[in-house]
Ligand binder design. Structure first.
Ligand code: SF4
Length: 204
């Protein structure tokens, strides 16, 4: 972590948000979609218009679908957003809950998404969020032998103090994008080249 902290200054999450509700909506939209695309849609279209769960349930499904169309699987995502907002109203007093166990009861919210919300929105990470970059880099570094993201999350939680559970995700994403890329990891230029168990293999 100290080596990564010298190298990168990532945001808490690469998704744009102002409130826990914004972040919850953005994470639903980010499934199989790039952060850049989601950020364009939420900042230009959704955030100026929607501020509360009531705002999201007040519009027609069709209207919301057309607004998020470019994020892909827009029918499911619009349904998740409206069902999630209705649940927030019915069960949580219109607020996004703070615990992982409560968050994963919401439609469209899995463990990864919930982990991001506990860290980025509430500054109390309850798990490590594992995406495709985190899977690749942590496996190459030998931090986990698992394939399943939830099991990799548990390995990283065991390897790190709790205060780093939120941090590790944007740092590994930064390293995965800049150096330890999927197609051509630049091991010769990597800060971990002398210790990484994959380095020699990937360099040869
Ligand atoms: S040494 Fe190579 S495989 Fe290991 S973390 Fe660095 S870029 Fe990735």
């Amino acid at each position: 972590m100290s080596a990564l902290k010298k190298l990168y200054k990532p945001p808490r999450t690469f998704l744009a948000y102002r409130t826990p509700l914004d972040l919850t909506v953005a994470t639903i939209l980010s499934a199989q979609c790039t952060d850049d695309r989601v950020n364009t849609v939420v900042t230009e279209t959704l955030y100026p218009k929607y501020r509360t769960p009531d705002d999201y349930v007040a519009v027609s499904r069709q209207e919301l679908e057309s607004e998020i169309y470019s994020c892909g699987t827009y029918r499911n995502k619009a349904r998740f957003i409206q069902e999630m907002c209705q649940l927030l109203i019915d069960r949580f007093g219109g607020e996004v809950p703070r615990t992982l166990d409560e968050l994963i009861t919401l439609p469209g919210i899995g463990r990864k998404t919930a982990a991001i919300i506990t860290y980025a929105a509430y500054d109390n990470p309850e798990a490590v969020a594992v995406d495709t970059h985190v899977i690749r880099v942590s496996r190459r570094l030998g931090l986990s032998k698992q394939q399943n993201p939830d099991k990799i999350s548990l390995d990283l939680m065991e390897a790190l103090p709790k205060k780093e559970w939120g941090n590790i995700t944007p740092y590994l994403i930064s390293h995965g994008r800049a150096v330890c890329t999927a197609r051509k990891p630049n091991c010769s230029a990597c800060i971990f080249r002398d210790d990484c168990p994959s380095s020699a293999m990937l360099r040869s």
